[in-house]
Design a protein around this ligand. Structure first.
Ligand code: G1P
Length: 295
């Protein structure tokens, strides 16, 4: 009989953000700038996801960084010189906005020594997370929704008291880009996961793809430690979750909201266009420009 995590601290407080990747899909833009810092309109991608975590009630953000990622730490730190300058110039609104970033939540950082995959990045946070359930948010996935996607997932976690993966239906010709689940629907938008395959080349078990939001029980760390690297030498989180599923129930939740793959050029552009059309300060001008394009 598969167990739940009765007896463990249940409130989700911590959120892990893997941000050690090289961002090769965005070179040369990401040669000297972390991909997480690419702006969606005027805010770095990672800040949208940190704000989602905060709005979902998460209190501590653990960012897994690597070489060349100091801009992320600087972004979420206080900037004394900048704040002084804005104060002197009387730019009160901008000052407030800048001060708010560093006071969003508590940040902790750890580094992934070698690029050994998403699973290995999560394993780097074992000591910082400790023995409590935690969230994982992938910065490439920007989700625009009325209720923050992570908040929707925490509600499911609170009900089922075991790991929850965010999923979304994708077209069949895209299943090779995602972790794909085989699942049994047990309630509206909720599935019990029966099997998982990372980026299946053929015969995907369904078209339900894992999107970058996870709620995991701490037993995932044992699973990660015993997960074998894939052919490319990477430890896949999907493979570790499959291992975890042998002993613990895994649920999947089809969240409500629009998701953009901001780690992909086209997805990044779509996110920029769609967010720009929602921004009161630029909407009109941008709409006019788009209409004039006559494409
Ligand atoms: C990762 C995961 C994959 C998941 C995807 C969601 O892949 O390994 O299972 O479907 O994120 O964005 P990546 O896109 O980092 O290659």
């Amino acid at each position: 009989m598969k167990g739940h995590i009765i007896g463990t601290a249940m409130k989700i407080r911590k959120a892990v953000f893997p941000a050690a990747g090289f961002g090769t899909r965005f070179l040369p833009a990401t040669k000297a700038i972390p991909k997480e810092m690419l702006p969606l309109i005027d805010k770095p991608l990672i800040q949208y996801v940190v704000e989602e975590a905060k709005l979902s009630g998460l209190e501590e953000i653990i960012i897994v960084t690597g070489m060349g990622k100091t801009a992320i730490e600087d972004h979420f730190d206080t900037s004394f010189e900048l704040e002084l300058l804005l104060k002197e110039k009387g730019m009160k609104d901008t000052l407030n906005m800048i001060e708010e970033i560093s006071s969003l939540v508590h940040f902790a950082y750890t580094r992934q020594k070698k690029p050994k995959g998403l699973g290995d990045a999560i394993l780097c946070t074992k000591n910082l997370v400790g023995k409590e359930p935690f969230a994982v948010l992938l910065g490439d996935d920007i989700i625009d929704s009325r209720v923050p996607a992570m908040k929707q997932m925490i509600r499911i976690f609170d009900g089922y008291k075991s790991s929850v993966l965010a999923v979304q239906e994708v077209p069949e010709n895209q299943t090779h880009l995602y972790g794909i689940i085989k699942a049994k629907k047990i309630a509206p938008r909720v599935y019990e996961v029966l099997d998982l395959v990372e980026k299946p080349k053929k015969n995907p078990p369904s078209n339900l793809a894992i999107i970058g939001r996870y709620l995991l029980i701490p037993e995932i760390f044992n699973a990660l430690e015993t997960t074998r690297p894939d052919k490319g030498g990477e430890i896949q989180l999907t493979d570790a979750i499959k291992l975890l599923s042998k002993k613990h129930r895994i649920y999947a939740y089809e969240f409500e909201g629009e998701r953009y793959d901001a780690g992909d050029k086209l997805g990044f552009l779509k996110a920029n266009v769609s967010f720009a059309l929602k921004r009161p300060d630029i909407r009109q001008g941008f709409k006019k420009f788009l209409n004039e394009l006559k494409i």
